[in-house]
Design a protein around this ligand. Structure first.
Ligand code: NVA
Length: 312
């Protein structure tokens, strides 16, 4: 069965741990594993802007011995010039895996249904699971564990990062709190799914409208832009409601004294996060950005051979 990574709960708790362990090993020895030797190609497509994702997948595929084939999807016009299913069939005959950043989750599901090779979600409107894998690697590096830790995300509770923290954090057995205004609640189906996973892993999930309560004693503080890609026309309406949820020095006073700060970037200093916080001693955002490379290399290695060579 071909494995995909379309959302955070596509990895079981055991698999998530395996991928994170592999990511740590790959960080220590970047050029040891070459599962894409040949070189086999990986198609990497972008319907939305990118810096970290293009860099980390391009470098990562090359380091795995493969050939990264970056396609500007605005030229390919996936789903316009050619159906997603036909695009998937063509790519799947030639590449080892497909990495795609696009809009609707239904689009990447359609790609996965027809590609015949692993498909990786490099951000959709609903999820950003590769980012959260890198975040989990970063948290583990700093705290030595994931299960039982409290993670608070402040900002747009209905965006891809909030959803991925809910699912990925629940898989890891964390206590995930989303601090967000009433009008920006996570998708109820995703919240329910995260709650069900958390019941199995010993974690928990909660949505709070009081940012101070959401932060109380938390181990990890995360935030993201208030205006996600594709929402630029709502920018004017997306400022005032989120101001109380900004990660400022005052806000950080409510977190645990040794709390760390994550931001998937790009960051807007003075909006969702104060410059003194993101550039201060609790911020681990540059480790987090680097870990995109290691986490995604580990993920691709896992997806290409989920048995880890055991069934060969
Ligand atoms: N929520 C943001 C994440 C950027 C990496 C967006 O979708 O634009």
């Amino acid at each position: 069965m071909v494995r995909h990574f379309l959302r955070d709960d596509d990895l079981s708790p055991e698999e998530q741990t395996r991928v994170l362990d592999l990511a740590d090993a790959m960080k220590k020895d970047r050029f040891a594993a070459r599962p894409l030797a040949g070189p086999q190609a990986v198609a990497i497509l972008f319907d939305k802007p990118t810096l970290r994702t293009q860099t980390s997948f391009t470098v990562g595929v090359a380091e795995l011995g493969g050939h990264p084939m970056v396609v500007d999807a605005r030229l390919a016009q996936v789903g316009v010039r050619e159906s997603i299913a036909d695009t998937a069939r063509v790519l799947g005959r030639q590449v080892a895996a497909v990495v795609w950043r696009t809009y609707g989750q239904d689009r990447i599901e359609e790609m996965a249904a027809h590609a015949g090779v692993p498909v990786v979600n490099a951000l959709t409107d609903d999820f950003h699971p590769c980012q959260v894998l890198a975040d989990l690697q970063t948290i583990r590096e700093q705290k030595g564990r994931l299960a039982g830790l409290r993670l608070t995300y402040l900002g747009d509770g209905a965006n891809n990062m909030a959803h991925s923290y809910l699912l990925g954090g629940a898989v890891a057995g964390m206590h995930v709190r989303i601090g967000t205004p009433d009008a920006y609640q996570p998708h109820p189906g995703i919240l329910d799914r995260a709650a069900a996973i958390a019941r199995e892993t010993g974690g928990s999930v909660a949505v709070l409208h009081d940012p101070r309560k959401a932060l109380e004693g938390t181990d990890v503080v995360a935030t993201d832009t208030w205006v996600s890609m594709g929402r630029e026309d709502e920018a004017d309406d997306r400022s005032a409601p989120f101001v109380p949820y900004a990660v400022t020095e005052d806000a950080m006073a409510h977190a645990a004294p040794d709390a760390i700060v994550l931001h998937c970037l790009p960051a807007y200093r003075g909006k969702e996060i104060a410059a003194s916080v993101i550039d201060g001693p609790r911020s681990v955002v540059w480790d987090e950005a680097e870990n995109r490379l290691h986490a995604q290399k580990a993920l691709l290695t896992f997806l290409l051979d989920p048995s880890g060579g055991r069934r060969r």
